[in-house]
Ligand binder design. Structure first.
Ligand SMILES: *Cc1c(COP(=O)(O)O)cnc(C)c1O
Length: 496
């Protein structure tokens, strides 16, 4: 059988190895790297049941990362999923009244981004050594809050790399901001911008595609790469936990081998839910992929009509990591559903750029039937956080609450009894203001930091180690710039 390789969603069959795709982040033609085919699990799921998370990660990831040696992959996995995670299960599955929460937030920064960003730096470092690049890899990241901190934590002090993070100065929670500006590590840079996430993302994309700047940077022995979920090295580690969730259900005897499950994913850039789709393509028994949006419900409209239309204002919600209008990873799904039609993808992405919208073909619409789209209003998230807490004492963060609300709609609408896993994407301790407001009232007398202690007391939950006393940590990053100064800031940092 022919080996798996990577290619661009927008280009011809130019074969790219896994390590090249991971180091580059995005293809030269602006497309995203995708595997030319999906690898399949070649053992009955029962056989995988005795693996721990790291062994399972190796089993799944090895199938995608063919040019990494076994030892390289094993070392990267064991450095990523180590004691920085507060549980050896890594991604525990918690049962509450017939719903299963897949908790993806036990890593260093308390959001699901750690699942991939704890391993991506090791993969990039190994890949760059393997390719003999002799260049320092400069990671440029735009963040709506969680990616930035997770990337900083992952890349801090990783030899041969620098990381520069841009965040919307006024668009992240106080705790998210404090997590970033107290980041240690000589190779870390954190800059606030006067603008929103889409401005930050646009600025970073412009730097990536600035040929003159890239040449100058290259001459100075640097190369840019991306830690955003357009990097295939972020997507692949995320496939693992959907298998892990299924195997947990098997182990608990909640499902029989081969029985299908639903997954509900609170969605922004479409990365996390795409990983679930990849798991399904690999042979994981999945029935519906339930895509949950907040008030920025572009994806909901898209799944209803087949028309993607970003022409609307970005709304700031209490689930900021999903405040996104352009879901980059959707391009990968469209590529699969179009039967690998790169000309069509190019055409649609050009339309998105030029007109702010595109409509998909009937063939693609047909393929979207595996997905169910829903969205939750902000008041729904408050309502469900309170309801679930009152019913089960389980505290959901606002992103997870979006998923729960949409699952409730789905169940009422379809009556589908399939066992369902909800991706629980952030710790409630990251969004203390919203949690307190939802369950206990205004809490105006407390700062977001004081609320950490209050919620811990009231809900009887231990405070995660990584945010204990965060308000007393030294602030190490104070730079703020206009949105059109991002390039200047990068040049200053790299002295080019
Ligand atoms: C990033 C993020 C999401 C959205 O994930 P995507 O892969 O961008 O769809 C949801 N919840 C939290 C807490 C996040 O940090």
């Amino acid at each position: 059988m022919e080996d798996l390789y990577y290619k661009s969603t927008r280009g011809q069959d130019e074969k790219t190895t896994a390590s090249q795709a991971i180091v580059k982040g995005i293809a030269d033609d602006g497309g995203l790297y995708i595997p030319n085919k999906f690898p399949h699990i070649d053992q009955p799921l029962q056989k995988l049941m005795d693996m721990d998370y790291k062994e399972l990660a190796f089993y799944i990831m090895k199938k995608y990362l063919g040019d990494f040696e076994d030892e390289e992959l094993i070392e990267s996995i064991s450095k990523a999923y180590d004691e920085k995670f507060s549980t050896t299960e890594i991604a525990p599955l918690i049962e509450k009244k017939n719903v299963y929460f897949l908790e993806l937030y036990h890593g260093a920064t308390l959001a699901f981004k750690d699942m991939a960003l704890s391993i991506l730096p090791h993969l990039i470092k190994k890949a760059s050594e393997k390719l003999n690049l002799m260049k320092e890899v400069v990671i440029l990241t735009a963040t709506s809050g969680d990616t930035g901190k997770a990337a900083l934590e992952g890349f801090a002090n990783i030899e041969g790399t620098k990381i520069i993070v841009f965040y919307p100065e006024k668009g992240v929670s106080d705790i998210q901001k404090r997590q970033m500006i107290t980041q240690q590590g000589d190779n870390t840079y954190v800059i606030g911008i006067e603008g929103n996430f889409d401005d930050a993302q646009k600025g970073v994309k412009e730097i990536f595609s600035d040929k003159v700047l890239n040449e100058k940077v290259n001459q100075n022995h640097y190369m840019f790469s991306s830690a955003n979920s357009i990097n295939i090295g972020r997507l692949i580690p995320q496939v693992v936990y959907y298998f892990s969730a299924y195997l947990s259900l098997l182990k608990k005897g909640r499902i029989k081998e081969g029985e299908k499950i639903n997954v509900v994913v609170p969605t922004g850039n479409f990365g996390n839910i795409l990983a679930a789709y990849y798991a399904k393509q690999m042979g994981l028994p999945v029935h519906r992929l339930i895509c949950a949006s907040n008030e920025n419900n572009v994806l909901y409209d898209f799944l209803q009509t087949g028309m993607y239309d970003r022409r609307r204002d970005l709304v700031m919600t209490n689930s900021p990591s999903m405040d996104i209008l352009v879901s980059s990873n959707l391009e990968r799904l469209l590529y699969e559903l179009s039967g690998h039609d790169e000309a069509l993808i190019r055409e649609m992405m050009n339309q998105l750029n030029a007109k702010g919208r595109y409509e998909v073909t009937d063939q693609i619409k047909d393929g979207l039937k595996d997905f169910y789209g829903g969205f939750a209003l902000e008041e729904d998230t408050y309502k469900y956080i309170k309801k679930v807490y009152q019913d089960t004492q389980y505290v959901m963060d606002p992103h997870t609450a979006v998923a729960f609300a949409v699952y409730d709609q789905y169940k009422k609408e379809t009556g589908d009894p399939t066992k369902t896993v909800i991706a629980s994407t952030a710790s409630p301790f990251k969004f203390t203001r919203s949690i307190y407001r939802a369950i206990w009232g205004d809490g105006d007398e407390y700062s977001d930091f004081e609320l950490i202690g209050e919620i811990s007391k009231l809900a009887g939950l231990p405070i995660p180690e990584s945010i204990k006393n965060i308000d007393e940590k030294e602030i190490l990053h104070r730079d703020v710039c206009e949105k059109d100064e991002m390039k200047t800031m990068v040049c200053k940092i790299l002295k080019v």
